[in-house]
Design a protein around this ligand. Sequence first.
Ligand code: ASP
Length: 331
Amino acid sequence: MTKMTRRQFIGQTALAAGALNATSLIDEGAAAGRVAPMMVSTWRHGKPANEAALEVLRTGGSPLDAVEQGIWVTEADARESSVGIGGIPNADGAVQLDACIMEGPGHGAGSVAALEDILHPISVARRVMEQTPHVMLVGDGARKFALEQGFEQVELLTEERRRAWLAWSEQNAREKAENPRFSHDTVALLVLGANGDLAGGCSTSGWGYKLPGRVGDSPIIGSGLYVDNEVGAAGATGTGENVMRYCGSFMVVEYMRQGLHPRDACIETIRRIASKDPLGFNLDIHFIALDKRGRQGAAGCSTRFDYSVTTETSSEVLQGAGTELLQRTVP
Ligand code: ASP
């Protein structure tokens, strides 16, 4: 028999025990207690955001600063069609952005929804948290607040997206109904600082060609994002309607509170939602999670869900647990 590497051994024993723990080298680091700081974000587009967040921590910033400035990277990338500038507009051709931010210590939270003309909705969400007695501002009110706070007015609709939207709007109603534009993805970024404090943020342009005023899960505390400094943090991406009806990210954190590994917490949340939802495992929902001990994990209702994990010594794109694992019975 060939000799097993330590990594293969961990993978096989975990499977034999029915455990679903991630076998990433990063998780091995967690077991050895060398984890913080750690950044976990949705999709491979989260990797540059993670790396920017790490730089913020290295230069003395807080986990909250790291979340905000990490997310700036994705929001400012015009090639990214689902976040910030260059995001797919709504049915009227307006780019409406949703974002929220949450800090572990103090349990502060801020959020904006259906915000137009502002490059960094994550920063407006932070101002809502820090400068107002409120948690959430929406639409014109959020835009007015941002301008009063000194944010610049920016054209978020790029020429490429405008042309695509025009082509879409010229289709007749029946064609649109038969081919709904279902393009969306979000950046959710979770940060564990070296001192053990957590923070998280989430930013998106939401469902492409959505009804004007539609708000998804991303800016809703407990749905698109949740942070509990005693336990861990979780974030979501996918069809917001199917996350927000179940308070998905809150549920992931609650499963971690009960002792589940972050990946198992994501899996259990999806299983529970799938058991209630008419779409079952055909839902398009995905979660990432990071616990206080620096263990991380992710799961989604498809094999296409990748996510990014960064520490001081590595930065990786990993595969979230997919439908196969979700449907397997855990003894
Ligand atoms: N959850 C986002 C929304 O529904 C989109 C996504 O993450 O794909 O607006």
